[in-house]
Design a binder for this molecule. Structure first.
Ligand code: HEM
Length: 141
């Protein structure tokens, strides 16, 4: 058996390094940043590190279920594509070997499917809880 991806990338410190670069870009992006305005960047980075770390074969994730956390956010495929590109740029900037960066992106993409909404109509139909308001941010112009 080979090493886990967690070991291959160099463990916790590489996850932290990539996620710092990645969330610096997200918090700087005119559209994506709108979703994160009320959340502390360090806290978000640490949760993302815990989540991906577990999927890569590292220690268990300590956060909330992914689908539940994002259920009230209108995340379109267009927004998902922007996030994907920022992550790819971050992996290149952190100088991860291409093969490891590709594995990282494939795993991230698989979970993206849990948070993307097919259309605004399906979002209105499927999300009807009153305890959390729908969060919709149109593309700023
Ligand atoms: C464009 C797509 C996405 C947007 C706009 C987004 C936005 C957010 C926001 C605003 C939060 C904070 C919510 C809260 O704490 O109540 C959050 C939490 C989180 N997100 Fe995302 N997210 C996206 C995609 C993803 C993907 C693809 C993953 C995993 C691969 C992910 C992993 C997480 C994790 C682990 C947390 C922390 C959960 C916790 O609080 O325990 N997100 N996201």
């Amino acid at each position: 058996m080979g090493n886990s991806l967690y070991e291959d990338i160099g463990g916790l410190s590489t996850l932290e390094k990539v996620h710092r670069i990645f969330y610096d870009k997200i918090y700087d992006h005119s559209w994506l940043k709108k979703f994160f305005e009320s959340f502390d960047q360090q806290v978000i980075e640490d949760k993302q590190t815990s989540f991906m770390g577990e999927k890569f074969g590292g220690p268990a994730y300590t956060g909330k279920p992914l689908k539940q956390v994002h259920e009230n956010m209108y995340i379109s495929q267009e927004l998902a594509d922007i996030r994907h590109k920022l992550l790819r740029d971050s992996l290149i900037e952190a100088e991860l070997p291409e093969e490891l960066a590709d594995r990282w992106l494939r795993i991230d993409d698989a979970f993206m499917q849990q948070v993307v909404k097919k259309s605004i109509a399906s979002f209105y139909r499927d999300y009807r809880f009153k305890y959390k308001q729908r969060i919709i941010h149109p593309e700023p112009r």
